[in-house]
Design a protein around this ligand. Structure first.
Ligand SMILES: NC(=O)c1ccc[n+]([C@@H]2O[C@H](COP(=O)([O-])OP(=O)(O)OC[C@H]3O[C@@H](n4cnc5c(N)ncnc54)[C@H](OP(=O)(O)O)[C@@H]3O)[C@@H](O)[C@H]2O)c1
Length: 308
């Protein structure tokens, strides 16, 4: 409206995707404890409002819920409208929502947990892998959530981050997103050459991966084919590359990735060796990085590490 000047919300405002459980919920808790106004998002309204209630019961009142399915454009647009209307800016976006893109057969959860209890880290992972299948539909959903979802949410919220005096994006990545898992040196080099890489090419690579997945051509075409989880590894590597391209394009923002560590959550049937408190540490460092601080980087837990 002519002549009307909108006052920006005084607190820092953060959006966390997949905030209803696991590492996302813990990031919400720690951000709120640091005085940030947190928009806890979840695809399921009931789970999201329950999570806000739980944080509220611990004295964290500056947390509100908003529905968000990260792979859905209109859901993301509704979230952007809400933030614009209510706060006029966004300071921190944490792209945390993620899936592993597999199906694990567990007939009896109790004996499953008992069997796992006697094993150490890598044995547990190996045992889970043996009971896991990776159907094409799950691979497709994995790319859609972890890579395209991150992109959809980021693109929609970017103007609001630019309205902040210090916009930050934290992408919750994974060790599995490192380029060392790609069998093909050419593909590895292409994904590491950020100066020559475009967002369009990343979308194209996502399509090529799915085609090769369907045709059983992952190994010959250089995708991560050994050790399982090819869709997860590819989705996180593409999201890392997207994060780096964006950091280069927007030097006014701080845009970084973090591997949280092997954290005990639902995603790994609580086999992780870190607590969610420990797993959220790197994300908090990046979310609260000072203006002019690191950008285009990857943290392995809390230490800067290469993308390869
Ligand atoms: N735990 C680890 O050891 C580990 C290691 C490396 C990286 N990570 C990464 O850390 C992040 C968090 O994982 P976590 O361990 O906390 O797993 P989690 O407990 O399984 O939580 C995953 C969260 O993502 C949400 N989500 C999934 N798909 C979504 C979608 N399409 N739209 C919106 N929300 C969606 C889930 O919502 P619902 O409750 O509705 O399913 C849930 O809130 C993921 O990106 C994961 O890849 C975890």
């Amino acid at each position: 409206m002519e002549g009307k000047v909108r006052c920006q919300y005084e607190k820092e405002v953060a959006v966390v995707t997949g905030g209803n459980r696991g590492i996302g919920l813990e990031i919400c808790r720690q951000l709120a404890a640091n005085g940030v106004m947190v928009v806890l998002t979840a695809r399921d309204e009931k789970k999201g409002t329950e999570a806000v209630k739980t944080l509220g019961a611990h004295g964290l009142s500056h947390v509100v819920f908003h529905q968000l399915e990260v792979s859905n454009q209109s859901s993301t647009a509704r979230l952007a409208d809400f933030i614009r209307e209510k706060y006029g800016k966004l300071d921190i976006l944490v792209n945390n929502a993620g899936i592993v893109g597999t199906t694990t057969e567990i007939s009896d959860p109790e004996s499953f947990q008992q069997e796992l209890a006697g094993m150490v880290g890598m044995e547990k992972l190996e045992w889970i892998r043996k009971h896991t299948t990776e159907p094409y539909e799950k691979a497709e959903e994995c790319l859609r959530t972890n890579y395209h979802g991150t992109k959809i949410v980021t693109e929609e919220l970017l103007p609001l981050l630019q309205s902040s005096s210090h916009g930050r994006i934290v992408n919750i990545s994974s060790y599995f997103g490192l380029l060392r898992f790609f069998g093909g040196e050419e593909l590895q080099a292409e994904l590491n050459n950020i100066d020559n890489l475009s967002e369009e090419r990343l979308d194209e690579l996502s399509e090529l991966f799915l085609k090769d997945y369907k045709d059983g051509q992952l190994e010959p075409h250089g995708w991560p084919a050994e050790g399982g989880y090819p869709a997860y590894k590819t989705s996180k590597a593409l999201a890392n590359a997207y994060s780096r391209i964006l950091a280069k394009k927007h030097p006014e923002l701080c845009i970084n990735c973090v591997h949280p560590g092997y954290v005990s959550t639902d995603i790994n049937f609580h086999t992780g060796n870190l607590t969610v408190e420990e797993g959220a540490r790197g994300a908090l460092i990046l979310a609260l990085v000072p203006k002019g601080g690191m950008t285009g980087a990857f943290l392995d837990c809390t230490e800067v590490a290469p993308f390869v």
